[in-house]
Structure formats: structure tokens, C-alpha cells
Design a protein around this ligand. Sequence first.
Ligand SMILES: CC(C)(COP(=O)(O)OP(=O)(O)OC[C@H]1O[C@@H](n2cnc3c(N)ncnc32)[C@H](O)[C@@H]1OP(=O)(O)O)[C@@H](O)C(=O)NCCC(=O)NCCS
Length: 393
Amino acid sequence: MQEAFIVSAVRTPVGKKNGSLSQFRADELLGIVLREVVNRVGVDPALVDDVVGGTVTQVGEQGFTLPRMGVLAAGFPDDTPGVAINRQCGSSLTALSFAAAEIVAGWRDCSIACGCEIMSKYGIAAEWLNLTLSNGKPAGMPIGPAYLNRTGGKFVDQGQAAELIAMKWEIQKDELDSFSMRSHQRAHRAQTEGRFDREIIPIRVSAADGQEKILDRDETVRPETSMEALAGLKPVFGTKMMTAGNSSPISDGASAVLLMSADMVKKLGVKPRARIVTSAVAGADPVMMLTGPIPATAKVMKKSGLNMLDFDRIEINEAFASVPLAWGREYQPDWEKVNPNGGAIALGHPVGNSGCRLVVTCLHELERIQGKYGLITLCTGGGMAPAVIIERV
Ligand SMILES: CC(C)(COP(=O)(O)OP(=O)(O)OC[C@H]1O[C@@H](n2cnc3c(N)ncnc32)[C@H](O)[C@@H]1OP(=O)(O)O)[C@@H](O)C(=O)NCCC(=O)NCCS
């Protein structure tokens, strides 16, 4: 067995809905992070055995194995392959887990894990909504009777599932809102203190007035967020408590992590930054859908022999505020260590990109505080969750 190490990790800023990154083709945006993740450590892309990437809505520019198209856009050699992984919002964390596992198995020496999603162009379910068969008839819904029989024939969407979670764990609306306000405050503090500067690739974009500008900050952060403003937002998804303020916003982005075996690290003389300790994946109730991080955390802790007190930093994806809050009810974490630079409510959640983005952010934060262990986990559509532990070295 080989150890798998992270040697480089970068991301784009997160673009807001119809914002600066929505003008990019998905392959071009992914190409930017692929190029940069090898360039930053002076690694020849010809050494990359595979590019394993997460994207949820694999249609249009995001179809046709986006990581392979990203390889071509990055100017990598033609013999660099790519593969697209889909585990809903857990796609790129699963991509990282698979890429690391192939290194651990000794089958690869150098792989890139990545994620990319431009939700401004390809909304959730765009790959099947209004899709027709070649004979013109409706292509059908991916949600079948095994699910619908549990719910009386009704599909419970993510926002509704988030409210079911709040009800089950007795989380009130003002707790959802104060968690969300804190996410924006933390993200704003991180931006102000330059905590994201090392991980973000500044990107040249066209501004609304046609002039070029450099985008080097996440566009989704709203520093002015107040409890009064959040309380005044209309509920969405047909719920009573879920609003645009306590949900992650539609957003765009890409990220990449360069992984190497111990042998390759030694051969190239590059500096390893973190070791992939282990990973786990869990299934959970498909109707409540977003509770997966609770069993995934238990599984990955058991596998690693670590416990909650061992983690210096935890990134749990803020798909909706009720998700980390319910997880917190179960684990009673030190909240100063959880999403310390804000989470998806403030920083956006380009679904297929988020797992890899959280790893990039967790690594840089561990480096900033000279911490050791980081835990990363996300809930996913369909009721699952991957979890990964990294150790700064
Ligand atoms: C919740 C959701 C439907 C809102 O969509 P939207 O209405 O287009 O969202 P917007 O960002 O335009 O915000 C709506 C309003 O809330 C306001 N708002 C949002 N966040 C706010 C904040 N933190 N403080 C104050 N106001 C805020 C906006 O200013 C906007 O007001 P306006 O209409 O007066 O301009 C959408 O973001 C969504 O679907 N999120 C979940 C995505 C998802 O399911 N991801 C997968 C998870 S598993």
C-alpha cells in the first residue's frame, strides 16, 4: 500500500448566479484550475496518470466526460485521460477519494482530483427535466416507485428535506438564520484577512460594462446580512422556514487537487502538504436526504481511529443551515473549528465542485493555523454522504 499525498490545491473564486464565471465554458473554467494546480509546483502534466472529476449535471458543456475536455482546454498532452464522477453534491469529494484510492492501491502515481459546475447555465435536474426519448416521448423521471411509495407519490426536494431535518432536530428558524449570518460574517472576515488568497486563482473576466476585470474574491458573500433582513425573506420550496438566506445560493466554480504517491513525491522532490488519512461513504434516509454526514462522520472516525476532539478543522457543507446544525446536535463539536471561514451559505455551492473546494479550503486553513487533522463531509441528493480525513504533514 502506498500513501497518497496532496501536493497542490487551488480553486477559482465562487461566482454568483449569472455572475462573472457564468460567461465561461465549463471545460475552459476547469482547464484553468488543472493548468494552475500543476504549474504551482512545477509538475509536468505528462506525469498525470488520470484526472478524476466531479460534476453533477452532466449535460451540454458539462457532458461528454468534462475532465477529459478540461484536460484538452488546459493544454495537457493528448495522452492524459479524464473521468467524470457523479455522487450528486458529493461528486468531487468522491472523485478525490477514488483518485487517492488508486494511488493507495499502487495503480497510479500522480492524479488530479477536481470538480466543476456552472449552475448558472445548468440548473439542478437540467439533465432530465424536459428530456425526450428519440421518438419524442418524455424520457421519464429518475425517481421511481421504490422512492415514491415511501412518500405517497410526492418528490420531496432538497429544500423541503432541509425543513424536515430542522423539524426532527428541533431547530428553530432564528437558529437557522443566526447560523447563516455567522457564515457570511466568517466568510467576510476570511476575505478581509486574505485567508483565501493562497487558494484562489485570480481570473480575468468581462465586467457588465464590457471592461476586463480580475475576479479574485468569492462573489456570493453578503457582509451586510442581518437577522432582521433574514427574518424578512419569503420562505421558498413550499416550506415555512427555508429561505434564500438560510440556503446555499446557486453558483459557479472549479477546483483541483494534485495527488501523488510517496514514491512520486520522493522522485520529483516536491513537498507533500497533506496525507489522505482515509475516506468513508454512507447512505441515509432518501426522503430526509441530507442527513448523510451524520453516519459518514461516524464511519470515517471509526476507520481512522480518530474522534471529534482530534480534528483541528471540520468542513461540513452548508447546503442548508439545518444540515450542519443537525450534525452538530449529534456531535457537539467546538463550533470555532467548524467552517471557520464560512460555508456554502456564504461561499456558494456549485454542486459538483463543492467537495474538492472544501478540501482546498480545509488544507489552507490547516496550514494557516498549523493544525493537523481536517474532516470534510457533504450531504448529497438521494441521501448519501462521502467523508474524507486529511492530515497536514
Ligand atoms: C433558495 C433559492 C431558491 C433562492 O433563489 P433566488 O430567489 O434566485 O435567490 P437570490 O439570491 O436571488 O435571493 C433572493 C432574495 O433574497 C435576498 N437574500 C439572499 N440572501 C440574503 C442575505 N444573506 N441577506 C439579505 N438578503 C438576502 C436577495 O437579496 C434576494 O432579494 P431580492 O429578490 O430583493 O433581490 C436558490 O438559491 C436555491 O435553490 N438554493 C438551493 C440550491 C440547492 O438546492 N443546492 C443543492 C443543495 S443539496
